[in-house]
Design a protein around this ligand. Sequence first.
Ligand SMILES: Cc1ncc(COP(=O)(O)O)c(C=O)c1O
Length: 403
Amino acid sequence: MSVLDDDPTAPWPPRDHLIPDRAFGTRAIHAGQPPEPRTGAVMVPIYQTSTYVQPAVGEHLGYEYSRTGNPTRAALETCLASLEGATYGACFSSGSAATATLLHSLRPGDHVISSDDVYGGTYRQFNTVFAPMGIEFTFVNMTNVDEVRAAVRPGTTKLLWVETPTNPLLKCVDIAAMCDIARAASAMCVVDNTFATPYFQQPMALGATAVVHSTTKYVGGHSDVVGGAVVTSDEALANEIFRLQNGIGATPGPQDCFLQLRGLKTLHLRMQAHEANATALAEFLSEHAEVDKVLYPGLDSHPQHAVAAKQMSGFGGMVSFELKGDLARAERFVASCKVFSLAESLGGVESLIELPAAMTHASVPPDVRKAIGIADGLVRLSVGVEDLTDLRDDLAEAFEASR
Ligand SMILES: Cc1ncc(COP(=O)(O)O)c(C=O)c1O
């Protein structure tokens, strides 16, 4: 039977089009996106509509209002769920909106254990939005399993928030161990999988309750859209997330969903190219006399290389390193790059460079930054998919120019 024989009045796209028996690249291109039965459109149309006509009062064709649901968004939600090995997906207007919506499932008095070097905006949201509302947070070094276990407050800890690899120190947290601790405490274990992407890391298969993304990054992949997502296989949690998604309303528009769907179609190809370039640059930097330390999970010298190798099928496109010299030298270095652009964010096809202490993590207090190891001279690279020789030459020239 052809897809064109499908009932054109049935809700489209089908939410259960997860095609779990297909391989990753096939799901990235097709999951949630069977050809549209009324016209045969191969690509998911941009349903640029806020509302939908109803055949009769109380009857609809699966969609009533675009905050509640939109077919372009539904395709993206299903595709992301499929790629993460989850059943349900919900998309948001940013990664921060995805995090906040999930946090709204907690109640005053609930306790959260979080990695201490989460993305600065997540740290700020926890401390300045949710802590004043009565949610309690303990920030721990999640690479130390005993420290996490000791932080559990029986009956009160409701969520373990895991980011791995972390931003910007690229610490790798043992996801299965965190899920075990969460399960024993009857708490959720939620993994921010933005850096690794589902191509390199599958937290759901390791026991996570849900996975969160800033789809602004590798999912979108072209630095042209801001978005976020939560996926889960827990039906009760999914229903709560859908209720909050509709109630809070931080939903993405259809054009943004279209861009993310387009980005997803090459996720597997881009991640392979990001990783190949990042590996080569991490090795180049490791051998450079003016570099104190290189942080890349794929290097044998990385403190959690064994954890990374156990739970990741590749090590991603982010590399951080400490330059010898003071902050002024680091500032000269990043300003000297010509192929790497000085900018926040990450995960696009183009290479970016930044100083976390002065840029992405400026919202983390200096004493906290120091305690967790974000040195003023730490440089973070989002390694793009340009030709490696140009990237390597650019860094080599920046060493010269910044002396
Ligand atoms: C790991 C991680 N999680 C969440 C976010 C927040 O996402 P957004 O900027 O889309 O709100 C970011 C942003 O940089 C991030 O790096």
